[in-house]
Design a protein around this ligand. Structure first.
Ligand code: ACO
Length: 327
C-alpha cells in the first residue's frame, strides 16, 4: 500500500573555528586535568568552542546551508524549520525563527524543541509526523548548541566533556510501500522519565532563577542509565519494523562518550567499523551530535543509498529515543 515517507535528502554540519585540544584545557584554561584522563574515560581528544557573539542560530544556519547544498535543494523549497537546542539565542523568538530569517525564508513555520541531548531524535520524529500528515513537504531539522556558555568551567568533571557545533538534515516528502525496504524514516521511538531529572540538568532558567543556570551531571548515574535504555530503544525500533541487529548498516549514536558508544556496538553485535564515531573530534555537542556525525559520515561518502541507519540518543530529562532511517 502506498504511503508517505520522509526522506533524508542531505546532511550538513558546522563547527566553530576555534579548536581546543585536551592539553590546552590544562595549559590555557587552568583546569586540573590531563589528556590521558579525558581520553581514557571518554575518548574525547578535542572540542570546538564558539567565538564571542557566535550563536546557536548562526551555527545552525551554516549547517542548514551545507545540508541544502548537499541535497541540491533551494532554500525557497523549505516550508518548516525545527530546531533542537538547549542553548537558544534567547527564550524567544525561537532559534528556529531566527534561522528562518537568516536563511531569507518568509513562508512556512519554525519552532524549537527542548529535549537536551535527545533533541535531534525528537525533532526528527516531529518532522516525520508533520511530513507524513501533509503539514510540511521540505523540513530543515537542526541541532545546534553552544554548551561552552552553560558549563561550569570550575567543575572539571563536566567542563571537559562538551563542545559547540551544529548539524542539520533536509527532510523531504516521498513515497513508500509501508515496508522496511522503503527509503526514508521507517519509525521513531521517543521516551522520557522525569523521575531522573536531577542527574543531568541546567540548574536555572528564565522562569525559575531568572538566569541561565549551569550544567550539572552525576556522571556515573547517567552512564548507568545510558547503555540499557539505548539498547532497549534500538531493539524496540528494530522490532517495530521486523528487523534485527544484522540489518543495521550504520549506527550513528549520540556522541557523549566512547565507552557508551562501544558498549552499544557490542550490544547490537555491530563490528566497530559500522559505528560512526566523532566524539574524539567534537566532544559532546548535545542535540548537534547526531546530525554532525551524519554530516561527517555523509561527507566521507560512507553512507550509501539503501543503507539502514540507526540513530539513538539519551540526555537530560531523562529523555531517550531512536530512529531507523533507510538512506
Ligand atoms: N580530569 C582529571 N580528573 C578528573 C576529571 C578530569 N576532567 N574529572 C574528574 N576527575 C577525578 C575526580 O575528581 C575523581 O577523583 P577522586 O577519585 O580523587 O575523587 C576521579 O577523577 C573519578 O571521578 P568520577 O567522576 O568518579 O569519574 P568517572 O569514572 O565516573 O568518569 C565520566 C566521569 C567520564 C563523566 C563518567 O562518569 C561518564 O562517562 N559518564 C557518562 C555520562 C556522560 O557521558 N555524560 C555526557 C552528557 S550526558 C549525555 O550526553 C547522555
Amino acid at each position: 500500500m502506498a504511503m508517505m515517507r520522509s526522506l533524508i535528502a542531505g546532511c550538513g554540519g558546522y563547527l566553530p573555528e576555534r579548536c581546543v585540544p585536551n592539553a590546552a584545557l590544562a595549559a590555557e584554561f587552568g583546569i586540573e586535568t590531563s589528556d590521558e584522563w579525558i581520553v581514557e574515560r571518554t575518548g574525547i581528544r578535542q572540542r570546538h568552542i564558539a567565538a564571542p557573539g557566535e550563536t546557536a542560530s548562526a551555527m545552525g544556519s551554516a549547517a542548514a546551508r551545507q545540508a541544502l547544498e548537499r541535497a541540491g535543494i533551494e532554500v525557497s523549497a523549505v516550508d518548516a524549520i525545527i530546531v533542537a537546542t538547549a542553548t537558544p539565542d534567547s527564550a524567544f523568538p525561537a532559534t528556529a525563527v531566527r534561522i528562518q530569517q537568516q536563511l531569507g525564508i518568509t513562508r512556512g513555520f519554525a519552532f524549537d524543541i527542548a529535549a537536551a541531548c535527545t533533541g535531534f531524535v525528537y525533532a526528527l520524529s516531529v518532522a516525520d509526523a508533520m511530513i507524513r500528515t501533509g503539514q510540511a513537504r521540505c523540513a530543515l531539522v537542526i541541532g545546534t548548541e553552544v554548551f561552552s556558555r552553560i558549563l561550569d568551567w570550575t567543575d572539571r568533571g563536566t567542563c571537559v566533556l562538551f563542545g559547540d557545533g551544529a548539524g542539520a538534515v533536509v527532510v523531504t516528502a516521498g513515497e513508500g510501500e509501508g515496508k522496511s525496504t522503503d527509503r526514508g524514516i521507517l519509525s521513531t521511538h521517543l521516551h522520557s522519565d522525569g523521575r531522573h531529572g536531577d542527574i543531568l540538568l541546567v540548574d536555572g532558567g528564565a522562569g525559575s532563577t531568572g538566569g541561565t543556570g549551569l550544567l550539572r551531571m552525576a556522571g556515573k548515574e547517567v552512564f548507568r542509565h545510558a547503555v540499557s535504555k539505548l539498547a532497549a530503544v534500538v531493539d524496540e525500533a528494530l522490532a517495530a519494523n521486523g528487523l534485527g541487529h544484522g540489518d543495521i548498516r550504520w549506527l550513528v549514536p549520540h556522541q557523549a562518550n566512547l565507552r557508551i558508544i562501544e558498549a552499544m556496538g557490542r550490544k547490537l553485535n555491530l563490528p566497530r567499523e559500522r559505528v560512526v564515531v566523532t566524539v574524539g573530534q567534537h566532544a559532546n555537542t548535545s542535540a548537534a551530535s547526531i546530525p554532525l556525525a551524519l554530516a561527517d559520515a555523509a561527507g566521507r561518502g560512507m553512507i550509501e543509498r539503501g543503507d539502514l541507519v540507526a540513530l539513538e540518543a539519551i540526555g537530560g530529562g531523562l529523555t531517550w529515543g531512536a530512529a531507523l532511517v533507510r538512506f
